[in-house]
Design a protein around this ligand. Structure first.
Ligand SMILES: Cc1cc2nc3c(=O)[nH]c(=O)nc-3n(C[C@H](O)[C@H](O)[C@H](O)COP(=O)(O)OP(=O)(O)OC[C@H]3O[C@@H](n4cnc5c(N)ncnc54)[C@H](O)[C@@H]3O)c2cc1C
Length: 286
């Protein structure tokens, strides 16, 4: 009898399970969240994931794309993926309606180090659609809220209409996540911060840097500046984690498409400790 560990595919990792779109939430322009059900009840029962992991969504005749899981890891039965229209697979997905079926392989990859954040403060720094892979981490921190110190979300978007999941912020704030947003360009109605998200990190108090963890997802240049700011505030390099993104094909470390220095983003990442990849982030062309 085989044992299924949380966060590893329950079946052959090449085998796609059939999923059905149970609902679609339009988030911001060009971005929607797909709520997926498994066609096979036993597949639904054996599927579990950890925050930060991703699935390969397979549209027959079109291709496959790596998409992070954006739902609460405690919710079983329905799985969310928040998708921005980029190329072939995501465009075709955007044309699919409720009831459409396609394939899903996963879950793959590493996860946010929630247990390493225990008892300390946690700062989540993200931009744009980078909040999608961090949303399951926010849910897990909320589900286990008493086990952590201060939890702060610093989230930036180009403009106010680019902020994902804004309907949830009040709930997150009320349950112990300090939500701070900023935009590059304000609209006339915007009353909040203007400027890049790293400025929020530069300005916020960090009471106990040695026990503070930073979880960051966004464009590489943003993650580089975030890490620089965090290090400048005295947060140890071992406590800074980022999520990498690369075009990938197999998702199990065989094809080499997503190789990043000695790291395969699909199996060693996407979540990696910053100091293990920082030298590659600074190489021009990466
Ligand atoms: C771990 C991981 C998690 C991810 N999570 C999410 C998520 O939650 N939501 C989300 O929306 N996206 C996510 N992505 C990004 C997503 O996988 C890519 O955008 C994917 O390429 C979309 O597939 P597609 O077929 O629609 O686009 P593609 O056809 O792959 O095209 C995407 C873009 O890349 C360009 N492109 C494609 N191939 C090449 C190439 N060989 N050379 C140069 N340019 C190329 C295209 O012109 C286009 O602009 C994630 C990626 C990774 C690795």
């Amino acid at each position: 009898m085989s044992t299924v560990t949380a966060g590893t595919p329950a079946t052959d990792p090449w085998l796609a399970q059939t999923v059905r779109i149970a609902g679609i939430t339009d988030e911001i322009e060009g971005v929607a969240t797909y709520h997926l059900d498994f066609a096979d009840a036993s597949a639904a029962g054996s599927f579990s994931f950890r925050p930060g992991q991703f699935n390969m969504l397979y549209l027959p005749g079109v291709g496959e794309a790596a998409i992070s899981i954006s739902s609460d890891p405690l919710l079983h039965g329905t799985l969310d993926h928040t998708v921005r229209i980029a190329g072939q697979v995501t465009t075709e997905l955007a044309r699919a309606g409720v009831g459409a079926t396609f394939g899903l392989r996963g879950p793959f990859g590493s996860s946010w180090p929630i247990d390493e954040c225990l008892e300390g403060d946690v700062i989540l720094v993200t931009g744009g659609i980078g909040l999608a892979p961090l949303r399951p981490a926010i849910y897990e921190l909320l589900n286990r809220r008493t086990e952590f110190g201060n939890v702060t979300l610093l989230y930036g978007a180009r403009h106010p209409f680019g902020l994902l999941y804004s309907a949830e912020y009040d709930d997150w704030q009320a349950n112990g996540v300090d939500v701070n947003t900023t935009v590059d360009r304000a609209s006339p109605a915007w009353q909040g911060n203007v400027g890049v998200v790293t400025q929020l990190l530069d300005r916020m108090p960090v009471a106990d840097p040695e026990r503070t963890s930073v979880l960051c997802c966004g464009p590489e240049v943003m993650m580089w500046y975030t890490a620089r700011s965090a290090l400048g505030r005295g947060i140890p390099k071992e406590r800074i984690w980022i999520s990498l993104e690369r075009n990938m094909n197999c998702a199990i470390g065989l094809c080499g498409h997503c190789q990043f220095g000695p790291t395969f983003v699909c199996k060693d990442g996407p979540v990696v400790r910053y100091d293990r990849v920082s030298q590659y982030l600074r190489v021009e062309g990466f």
